[in-house]
Write a protein that binds this ligand. Structure first.
Ligand code: HEM
Length: 565
């Protein structure tokens, strides 16, 4: 007699077997879907290669051999180059690859064709001269989820991006940008007062300096000395932006299908992070924007990017908008207004951490290269006569300070691999196919440290950039990659250079920056150590130094002219 099986057991075993079937089906899908996806991509790519081959080979013998993708480290059929792009000190790995594979290196990941450009020739040919098809940004899921694709830096190449750049150009071209000099000088003076007050906190003071400039410029917002709400919100989003800008940093960028996973799933922490950042981004853009609108309605808005841009719009006169019938959300949703809001909202992310990083590198260089500091101070003393702070009007008489700014940009590039560019069409370069949608990463660090162009590249030597008798500067890093390339070149470079200039000149006019002392009173040796990214920005690792007034007179200049922020 067969034993009686309890109905519950039968039910459970049925569920278990169904589960096994489900688990097996899921496992099958997990393997099958990527396999089919990659197979389809491969066959598309092969078709593209043969199409381009037949077009080009028939093209008056332009090409002598069939096209291929550029060489690169061994990669797997489905997953691409498995270790993925290095997350820190990318340029060291890129330089090593260049020894084996040459100047143009193919490193696919699961989803993207990625090409590293290691030589000036390839970088300028593709990103500048062929800029019409090399100026898009990668489609990155995490960027979209966090709404960073609304910023200029990650807007896709096209009419909307052009409107962003037009606004930037109107407000920040080399002439227009001078209207913001008052904000930059005031921030430099607060920097001096803060350093006199608490020199050991110099890293924080540098951050405050950059934040004060970009907040004033974007929104006329004078930041609070501590815990400024808008700065805190913007800083929270800054790191996320930097990380999300690196192709493949988040798994969802390799497997876009994951973006449909609901945020409550245990492994969907990226969804929860994206949601947080989305909210913070919205608030960091909306709070200061609405303050400007309120100020314009009352007639007491400060001059800034937002107020100037709104004033330039046809048919907008906020001072006459009655309280009752003015709907701020409706106003913000106007296409031309929301563009201004988006552009202004991206300024902090693009301009604050970058300027801070350059200022930290400047301080590090001053500690490590006292000869440079001494020469700069001699120049300043000669022009200022030890009696006042420098102003922008002194710029033409202080060429060595100008050269220091350029050497800062070269010595340790803030953006060692710029921002990724993406192609919008198939292209051929030196017999290699560069498929449409390829992400291109220029090795800026190696460009600016090429010993053939900049001998002893690790030495901080501003003399490289002293203007010749015609005022020309050889191999100016600002034009050689420090601010990126072609149509996507940094839109705030004029402002950034001016901020670094006024801070460097003001600091050296009144302070000596020297190594910190150990417990025996001996100077502590400082080595250049940098975070090595991750992502878009790089910055020096924390270091100690002494920042002391050069004399009693210098101290008095600070006390008489500067107040803390
Ligand atoms: C030392 C400071 C700075 C450095 C080193 C720097 C560097 C860069 C680099 C490398 C890019 C990417 C260029 C490319 O894709 O080829 C970029 C883009 C950009 N930067 Fe800067 N930047 C700095 C400061 C600023 C400031 C102060 C602002 C704003 C006021 C700003 C606004 C932008 C914008 C809007 C873009 C995106 C341009 C586009 O995609 O069309 N940057 N920057």
């Amino acid at each position: 007699m067969s034993p009686t099986i309890h109905p519950l057991v039968t039910e459970l075993s049925t569920i278990a077997s169904q589960l096994r079937v489900d688990v097996l089906a899921c496992l099958g899908l997990v393997v099958l879907v990527p396999y089919l996806y990659v197979r389809q991509r491969r066959s598309k790519l092969n078709t593209r290669i043969s199409t381009v081959n037949s077009e080009k080979l028939g093209d008056e013998g332009n090409l002598t051999k069939p096209l291929s993708l550029p060489p690169g480290p061994p990669s797997w059929p489905i997953f691409g180059y498995l270790p993925g792009l290095p997350k820190v000190k990318v340029w060291e790995v890129f330089n090593k690859w260049a020894e084996t594979y040459g100047d143009i290196i193919y490193v696919p990941n699961f989803k993207n064709h990625i090409i590293i450009l290691n030589s000036a020739e390839a970088i300028f040919e593709l990103l500048e001269r062929r800029g019409n098809i090399y100026s898009d940004r990668p489609h990155m899921v995490m960027m979209q989820l966090m709404t960073f694709d609304r910023s200029t830096a990650f807007a896709h190449y096209g009419s909307n991006w052009r409107r962003h750049r037009k606004l930037y150009n109107q407000q920040m071209n080399i002439t227009a940008v001078s209207k913001f000099r008052g904000y930059q000088s005031a921030a430099a003076q607060s920097l001096l007062a803060n350093l006199l007050d608490s020199p050991e906190d110099f890293a924080r003071h540098c951050r405050t300096f950059s934040a004060a400039i970009v907040m004033n410029i974007s929104y006329g917002h004078q930041i609070a000395p501590q815990n400024d709400q808008v700065v805190q919100l913007s800083e929270a989003t800054g790191l996320a932006f930097s990380q999300a800008s690196q192709p493949g940093y988040y798994m969802v960028d390799n497997f876009p299908i994951l973006q449909h996973v609901p945020s409550f799933f245990p492994f969907a922490s990226f969804q929860r992070l994206a949601e947080e950042i989305r909210k913070a981004t919205y608030r960091s853009r909306t709070i200061p924007f609405r303050r400007v609108v309120d100020g314009m309605k009352k007639g007491d808005a400060k001059r800034c990017f937002v107020s100037d841009s709104l004033n330039d719009l046809n048919g907008v006169d906020l001072s006459s908008s009655g309280e009752k019938d003015f709907d701020v959300e409706e106003f913000e949703n106007r296409e031309d207004v929301s563009l201004i809001k988006d552009v202004a909202g991206g300024i902090f992310g693009a301009g604050s951490a970058t300027t801070t990083s350059a200022l930290h590198s400047f301080m590090l260089a001053m500690v490590m290269f006292p000869r440079v500091q001494k020469r700069a101070q001699e120049e300043l003393d000669h022009v200022l006569g030890l009696g006042r702070l420098p102003t922008f009007e002194d710029q033409s008489q202080l060429p060595y300070i100008g050269a220091i700014v350029r050497e800062v940009l070269r010595w340790f590039p803030v953006t060692p691999s710029a921002l990724p560019h993406t192609t919008t069409e198939d292209d051929v370069y030196k017999g290699y196919l560069i498929p449409k949608g390829t992400i291109l990463i220029p090795n800026v660090r190696s460009l600016l440290h090429d010993p053939k162009i900049y001998p002893n590249p690790d030495e901080f030597r501003p003399e490289r950039f002293l203007p010749d008798k015609n005022g020309n500067i050889a191999r100016d890093p600002a034009a050689q990659g420090a601010f990126g390339f072609g149509r996507r070149i940094c839109a705030g470079r004029n402002l950034a250079e001016a901020s670094i200039w006024i801070s460097a000149a003001s600091l050296l006019a009144v302070f000596d920056i020297t190594p910190a002392l150990d417990e025996n009173g001996k100077p502590i040796d400082v080595k250049p150590a940098f975070a090595g990214a991750p992502g878009f920005f790089d910055h020096p690792l924390p270091f100690k130094c002494r920042i002391e007034p050069r004399s009693e007179r210098a101290k008095k200049i600070i006390l008489d002219n500067c107040s803390t922020a």
